[in-house]
Design a protein around this ligand. Structure first.
Ligand code: FE
Length: 344
């Protein structure tokens, strides 16, 4: 077996391949690491067959959609998953064949209603059902401590004691554990009485994950993250450096139209010399009136350089194909000592 654990902060994901056939599966891939899975598959000489999410993640962005699009691969999730883009819906007792490897699906609701574990002959991928020295939380959408109790005590902990446990999270740098070690030492598994376990789970006072809304919005629907939108816009346009813009301003270059896309108040408080203002929200509807020549060289800028990237992409989409964005925002411009002017 070819086995790679990819750590991204506290998130653990896996590339598991069949040594003989080179077929592989990617489990719980994270969006920020998308290129890393692709590189790993190539480096190890593997061909992915499936992309699996063990459950709907609420704390990070899944890469299954992005990788599925790039590699034209089926996305696998439990049949109860809300995500509309799942190609292969699985449930308890199903087996995924990946070359000579057989991944058995275990239905383990509790952390979420679509939580699954994937068992091989020597190891089990426990998602957020069982963590090293912990369990998944049950206070997020579709979580249920009663269901988690049953998934743990009636199913997962009845597996072979020697099985290696590979979870979807670990915040202390540990790579894996075993069923036996978790039974013996995991503090949450010492409450073998159902009511006591449920009370323990209800009593946990955990902070909400940082990107809860954005993670659920994108993971449940296949929608894009804000970072993805900006990354796509960045690929769609070209930029102009601050020094180049400063040089053109010094030379009073009439061929460059400098467009401030911030709100009107921010513009009045201080803007690049010679800039005109169309707030980003008004851009599409005012473009024809205010930017009559589509062959104009337009430079967009904003406070931090993100909105201006989106604005430049919009302008290019509209046909202003010579639009570029300032590489950086007004903040960086001022910090670099370049001039700004204020409205009287
Ligand atoms: Fe989770």
């Amino acid at each position: 077996m070819i086995f790679e654990q990819v750590r991204s902060g506290g998130c653990l994901s896996y590339v598991v391949g069949c040594e003989e056939t080179r077929a592989a599966v990617v489990i719980d891939p994270e969006l920020d690491q998308a290129d890393r899975y692709l590189a790993l598959l190539t480096e190890k000489g593997l061909r992915a067959r499936y992309l699996v999410d063990t459950h709907t993640h609420a704390d990070h962005f899944s890469a299954t959609r992005e990788l599925g699009r790039q590699l034209n691969l089926p996305i696998v999730m439990h049949r109860r998953s809300a995500a509309p883009f799942v190609d292969l819906r699985v449930e308890d007792g199903d087996t995924l064949l990946v070359g000579k490897l057989r991944f058995r699906v275990l239905d383990t609701p509790g952390h979420t209603d679509d939580s699954t574990c994937l068992a091989l002959s020597d190891r089990v991928f426990t998602g957020d059902t069982l963590l090293i020295g912990g369990t998944g939380r049950t206070d997020l959408p579709t979580g249920d401590p009663e269901a988690l109790y049953e998934s743990l005590f009636d199913k997962l902990l009845r597996l072979d004691d020697g099985l290696l446990v590979y979870p979807a999270h670990d915040y202390k740098g540990r790579s894996h554990s075993t069923i036996a070690a978790e039974k013996a030492d995991n503090p949450r598994l010492q409450k073998r009485d159902r009511a006591a376990f449920v009370a323990l789970m209800h009593g946990l006072d955990l902070a909400m994950p940082r990107h809860l809304t954005e993670a659920l919005r994108t993971n449940r629907t296949g929608g894009k993250t804000v970072k993805q939108l900006i990354a796509e816009a960045t690929r769609d346009i070209a930029f102009m450096s601050m020094d180049e813009v400063a040089r053109r301003i010094r030379q009073s270059d009439p061929s460059l139209l400098i467009l401030d896309v911030r709100a009107r108040d921010a513009f009045r408080a201080g803007h690049l010399p010679g800039a005109v203002n169309i707030p980003r929200g008004e851009l599409e509807l005012r473009a024809d009136q205010e930017l009559p020549d589509p062959t104009t060289r337009i430079l967009t800028y904003c406070q931090l350089g993100k909105i201006s990237t989106l604005a430049a992409q919009t302008l290019r989409t509209l046909g202003y194909t010579r639009t570029v964005a300032l590489d950086g925002g007004l903040e960086g411009w001022t910090q670099a000592g370049h001039p700004i002017v204020q409205e009287a």
